[in-house]
Design a protein around this ligand. Structure first.
Ligand code: ADP
Ligand code: UDP
Length: 239
């Protein structure tokens, strides 16, 4: 497969066309950002860890019957994925309160959410990814009702698979964000699942092992990502 010109460069990944119209190459960079790009840094090895972490998780999800865009890992920092028509919406499930829900609703970090709660956000940096509801999605035509139902179903199905996977590694899956797109009209999980887009706490100590270490200046960001990868059994050795 031939890597062709760049299609898009985001805050953490670059996307390349390939010589096959249905496939793209995702390049996971070391760039890390928070607060809509206000805080940025280069974190050594992060791109490689997230590429391999993401592939590991996407394979587990595929085995559980969740359609994903991942085709194969191409290099330490690149993966081949199906080219999706992305739906500009972020789907967030929260098992424990943390981050923006605490600020918005005045609840304490660490509160168990039973049942887990679900939120939609519009993917729009200029507007700071505002929270939206299903009526907005319908009125503005961002997705059909059927696609919305599928995104919710798949996002909760991911919760069932990953809560168990992380629990077995001594980790709490606090919350996570998923992005979906369309491949030949099918709703498919795209983008990435890594500690950049979820919250993971040690089950016993509740130590943060995700991007909150970067957001909150706690240090040891990459070391935390590596620890999570090792606990799960992700192979981080060079390809
Ligand atoms: P951002 O755009 O938020 O800065 P990234 O740096 O992660 O985020 O950029 C990756 C971009 O690629 C995102 O906009 C994401 O929606 C998009 N993307 C992820 N997977 C696919 C895919 N399979 N097909 C097309 N676009 C994708
Ligand atoms: N998240 C993300 N990208 C975003 C916004 C949120 O990956 O643009 C993830 C974030 O890492 C967390 C979950 O979605 O795991 C919920 O994020 P929250 O709404 O609490 O926002 P935050 O306070 O993290 O900005």
């Amino acid at each position: 497969m031939q890597k062709m010109k760049q299609m898009y460069s985001g805050k953490a990944k670059s996307v390349y066309f390939t010589d096959q119209a249905d496939y793209l190459i995702l390049h996971f960079r070391n760039d890390t950002s928070a607060f809509d790009g206000e805080k940025v840094a280069q974190l050594d090895r992060k791109g490689e860890i997230n590429n391999k972490f993401n592939a590991f998780i996407m394979q587990k999800l595929a085995q559980a019957g969740i359609p994903t865009h991942l085709e194969r890992v191409l290099s330490d920092t690149e993966s081949v994925v199906k080219k999706l028509k992305m739906i500009p919406i972020e789907c967030v499930v929260r098992n424990i309160a943390a981050g923006s829900i605490c600020r918005r609703l005045g609840v304490a970090e660490g509160l168990d959410l039973n049942p887990p709660t679900f939120e939609f956000f519009l993917k729009n940096d200029a507007l700071h990814d505002p929270m939206i509801n299903e009526y907005h999605i319908r009125s503005f035509g961002w997705a059909t009702d059927e696609q919305v139902a599928k995104m919710k179903e798949l996002t909760f199905k991911v919760n069932g698979v990953l809560q168990k996977l992380f629990a077995d590694a001594g980790l709490l899956l606090v919350d996570y964000k998923l992005e979906f797109g369309l491949f030949r009209d099918q709703v498919v999980l795209g983008d990435e699942f890594s500690p950049d887009g979820c919250r993971l706490w040690d089950k016993e100590t509740r130590k943060k092992l995700d991007k909150d270490r970067f957001r909150q200046g706690l240090g040891g960001v990459v070391e935390a990502y590596e620890e999570v990868a090792h606990r799960l059994g992700v192979d981080l050795s060079p390809l």
